[in-house]
Design a protein around this ligand. Structure first.
Ligand code: HGY
Ligand code: MN
Ligand code: MN
Length: 439
């Protein structure tokens, strides 16, 4: 019975509807012909959230939001008191990002609800689409902010106090959000989910290189983020002797050089990126007084993550070049193994739909990494052209999106129909703020 429902629901996925909604969404915050700029809690981000919320309203799906701005769209089940099966992703993007990172997962999740309607499937459990707030962490660190607050891995107030480079806090920006006239319920953090499954582009080259349409994500590598603040002394570029300078950029360059020498391995598995370097006063003929740079370090092995990540601060201090240095770690997320039962359901569903699939470890992080702290979690990848992401060149083909949406719908239909009990929530390792007990 479940297999038949799963295949029937997957067959009701409408590729044309999916593409039409994708075109509507990508027009919001469009950058050139193919990119988007929808940083967290900007008007473009809010407009994208309003658009998807309006689709939900048209379908009569109730919508709730929590205090960090995570949105949840609910399709009722036969037994409304059971914990829901949740799918989703994020609508915020990098400052010059692609139209598929996050957006594909939200679109595929909403298409799953509509396909369940189209196939007249009444699921045992409710099914929800989660639109996580500030997954990218580019404007407000850290990444996966909304889902981290939801599972209790990041305190709400700490998240709301994060500021962007203009000094605006996430809380201030979030308060600008206008979701009216939509009727919006309020959700507490930590309402239990029975399972979470996210569809996403791979953001890397593997699936395309082996020509396989579906990636079954078995794990997500660990990551550590740091913000390094270097304070020197402003001065005249023409008159100040080199020996008398405390040049924040010269010191930062020395630190980054030494960090890049430490962050290497023979197998090319270490991922080390300095993506931001803010200089002040940023004038050609003034010795920089301050420099702030970010470190994004990732690895699939927890011991390497610890060993090399613990060197970041000492290396910066050892190359201060007379400046004062502060190193703050804004994220330390261990490598995460996803739920074997969920990944097996993804494989089974792909096979039932005659779609080839392959196991894969995610190099990118996702809200699924936070959800794995709270409930059985899985991810489905589709290829993206040349493995490019976090770029306006990011692209996935309609047939690839359709395949991913069909597998997601089949998996959701299976999980929402089976008699498995609700997931343990929260695991003993987490304490939740504002959690009002089991939902
Ligand atoms: O940084 C990441 O891995 C994600 O794409 N935001
Ligand atoms: Mn993403
Ligand atoms: Mn991203």
């Amino acid at each position: 019975m479940t297999r038949e429902v799963s295949v029937r629901a997957a067959g009701a996925v409408d590729g044309e509807r999916l593409q039409a909604r994708h075109e509507q969404l990508r027009a919001i915050g469009a950058v050139g012909l193919t990119g988007v700029s929808r940083e967290a809690f900007t008007e473009a981000d809010f407009e994208a959230r309003r658009l998807v919320s309006s689709w939900a309203a048209e379908r009569g799906y109730p919508l709730v939001m929590d205090d960090i701005g995570n949105l949840f769209i609910r399709r009722p089940g036969r037994e409304e008191t059971l914990a829901p099966i949740v799918t989703g992703s994020h609508l915020d993007s990098q400052p010059a990002g692609g139209a598929f990172d996050g957006a594909f997962g939200v679109l595929a999740a909403f298409e799953a609800l509509e396909a369940l309607d189209g196939a007249s499937v009444v699921t045992r459990r409710p099914v929800e689409v989660a639109i996580w707030a500030n997954e990218e962490g580019s404007r407000f660190q850290p990444t996966t902010m909304g889902s981290a607050v939801y599972v209790g891995a990041l305190p709400l107030q700490e998240a709301l106090q994060a500021t962007d480079s203009a000094g605006i806090s996430a809380g201030q920006a979030l308060r600008q959000q206008e979701l009216s006239p939509l009727s919006l319920g309020r959700r507490e953090f930590g309402v239990p989910f029975a399972a979470y499954v996210e569809a996403h582009i791979e953001q890397g080259p593997i699936l395309e290189s082996v020509d396989v349409p579906i990636g079954v994500v078995t794990a997500i590598q660990g990551l550590r983020w740091f913000t390094v603040r270097v304070t020197g002394q402003a001065g005249h570029a023409g008159t100040t002797p080199m020996g008398a300078r405390r040049d924040a950029v010269a010191a930062s360059v020395a630190m980054i050089h030494e960090l890049s020498r430490a962050m290497t391995d023979a197998e090319d598995r270490v991922r080390f990126t300095v993506g931001r370097l803010d200089v002040s006063p940023n004038s050609p003929n003034t010795i920089p007084s301050t420099a702030i740079f970010t470190v994004d370090f990732r690895h699939p092995d927890a011991s390497v993550l610890a060993r090399l990540g613990d060197q970041v601060a000492p290396i910066c201090m050892a190359n201060a070049c007379g400046c004062t240095v502060s190193v703050s770690e804004t994220m330390n997320a261990a490598p995460t193994v996803l739920d074997p039962a969920i990944t097996e359901t993804i494989r089974d569903t792909a096979r039932a739909l005659a779609l080839d699939c392959v196991d894969i470890v995610s190099g990118a992080t996702h809200d699924a990494k936070q959800m794995a702290l709270a409930c059985p979690t899985g991810m489905i990848f589709i290829p993206c052209r040349d493995g490019i992401s976090h770029s306006v060149l990011e692209h996935a083909e309609p047939h690839q999106m359709l395949a991913g949406a069909r597998v997601l719908t089949g998996v959701i239909a299976t999980l929402a129909s089976d008699s498995a009990g609700p997931a343990p929530f929260p695991p003993s390792s987490l304490t939740l703020q504002g959690h009002k007990g089991r939902g």
